[in-house]
Design a protein around this ligand. Structure first.
Ligand code: CS2
Length: 494
């Protein structure tokens, strides 16, 4: 094998003989976008759109400066420094075809963990016009029961006392906005790209609560000057596997320490509400709409909830990936029944969208055998996901008298998963969840109190008071505890 070419700006021409590479000049471009949370999803989605726009010569003011505010971001920062912020995106088609290309839209990367100044300085720079976020569903620091900002968080308490030493995104945003105001600069748009219904509105409410507690006049200015568009984002992006790094080196001749893989499908629907200008993303297929709410709801309640359905049931059954679940007929029928009988009825009509088509395409996307999206990625941080993706569907069906049995089994499966930490073959499950120990504590009481798990009000709200739900849940959770062969039970239900 020829030695793979190391991915770096100075080698781009050589890499360009192997796969498409950026054709635009990266170094003179302004970083109009500062992005917090440069995970695989951001690199497969927003950065890919901006890269395409740059390829058209239309984004010279809109390159991205990546931001890491957690210690864990150091690894990517160091790799990016070495690779001039270049990375490879491998689009994996269902027929086995792989489309590799080098993405160049991220041109800089700052860490704010040990020293916050580089990040505050960059956000407060006149070139910065949008600060976008992918900080995960759990990163917004709100209390799911009250919907209010959680002032009990120790990092939040620290940054309220020490505004110059921010720890969370709220501290960084207010520090930067304060500086812009003092310097007579216009504010920026803050664009949440996480899977939360009304993500922009929710972020606005949280940031204003935080800013209010810090400096009421600043909060007032933020309320007037900053815009928070809601948006719906979509592209399935599994965790990068070592095999991807090896394939890239062996089959494509490129040495990249952290490439990203994703599916061909991509979608971004945004409300056109940008306080300080925006790139012309409509030129590369982004949809700008007056109201994104129906699109968000559709995506979260069908795709993300559908993922959780397969993820939790698949984990207990022993399927390692989403596509493995989709090779199992019982799982496919169960998923479709959940989507048709429980998720769809509460969506209402979505103008311009045929929900049957959307679901058919969704099932094909899940079945893509090359994506190999692990069930462990899907189940990670379920405590932040299920209250947004699945529990509202149960609550709404309880109000209308609709079916709840398929979704309720997922909560029972989640309880079993949190309690036992093993699949039906006794194999250990790796549980990644900020709430894993409290989930475990509640779940392990199920034997003596079948509803113990559901009593966690911050996750399940008032479900515990609904008799139709508690009766069904008790039945289902007892069945799983009697026999973890969950597939048999699923077969009876469909
Ligand atoms: C997944 C999402 O995290 C999850 O559970 O459902 O990451 C999903 O793959 C993306 O939202 C797709 O757009």
């Amino acid at each position: 094998m020829k030695t793979p070419i190391h991915l770096q700006q100075q080698n781009l021409e050589e890499v360009g003989s192997l796969m498409p590479v950026p054709t635009y000049t990266r170094k003179d471009n302004k970083t109009g976008i500062v992005h917090v949370g440069v995970g695989g999803f951001h690199r497969a989605h927003q950065a890919y759109y901006l890269h395409q726009l740059s390829q058209l010569g239309q984004a010279s003011a809109w390159n991205i400066c990546g931001i890491g505010i957690r210690e864990g971001d150091q690894k990517l920062h160091d790799i990016f420094k070495e690779q001039d912020n270049l990375y490879t995106l491998l689009i994996k088609h269902p027929d086995g075809k792989i489309e590799p290309q080098v993405i160049g839209s991220i041109v800089d990367f700052e860490m704010g963990f040990a020293d916050p100044e580089p990040v505050i300085g960059r956000m407060a720079n006149a070139d910065t016009r949008i600060v976008s976020l992918t900080i995960t569903e759990g990163g917004y620091n709100f209390n799911p029961t009250t919907g209010d900002f959680d002032f009990d968080n120790l990092d939040i308490q620290h940054e309220l006392r020490h505004p110059n030493d921010p720890k969370t995104v709220y501290g960084f945003l207010t520090a930067a906005l304060k500086r812009r105001r003092e310097n007579g600069l216009p504010a920026f748009t803050i664009l949440s790209c996480d899977n939360i219904e009304h993500n922009g509105d929710m972020l606005r409410k949280m940031l204003l609560s935080f800013a209010e507690a810090q400096d009421a006049r600043l909060a007032d200015w933020i309320g007037k000057e900053v815009s928070f568009p809601n948006c719906m984002v979509d592209r399935i992006t599994p965790v990068t596997a070592n095999a991807d790094i090896e394939t890239l080196a062996q089959n494509y001749g490129v040495d990249d320490a952290w490439p990203v893989t994703c599916e061909p499908f991509i979608q971004w629907v945004i409300e056109d509400n940008f306080a300080n200008g925006r790139p012309e993303l409509e030129k590369v297929g982004v949809q700008f709409v007056p109201d994104v709410a129906p699109y968000e709801k559709m995506k979260l309640r069908l795709l993300n909830a559908g993922h959780s359905v397969l993820g939790l049931l698949g984990t207990i059954h022993g399927h390692p990936t989403i596509n493995a679940c989709m090779e199992d007929e019982t799982f496919v029928i169960y998923l479709r029944a959940f989507l048709d009988d429980e998720a769809t009825p509460v969506l209402g009509n979505i103008e311009g969208i045929d929900l049957e088509d959307y679901k058919d395409i969704l099932l094909k996307r899940f079945a893509n055998p090359n994506i190999k999206d692990s069930v462990s990625r899907i189940c990670s941080e379920s405590s932040a996901k299920l209250p947004k993706f699945l529990i509202p569907t149960i609550q709404e069906n309880l109000e209308t008298g609709g079916s709840i049995k398929f979704a309720t089994l997922i909560l029972a499966a989640w309880c079993y998963y949190s309690d036992k930490g093993i699949d039906r073959h006794g194999q250990p499950i790796e549980i990644i969840d900020a709430m894993s120990s409290s989930l475990h504590k509640a779940a392990e009481q199920t034997k003596t109190d079948p509803l113990a798990f559901i009593r966690q009000e911050s996750l399940f709200g008032n479900l515990i008071n609904n008799e139709r739900f508690t009766k069904l849940y008790t039945e289902e959770v007892q069945k799983i505890y009697e026999d973890a062969n969950i597939k048999e039970y699923m077969k009876h239900m469909i």
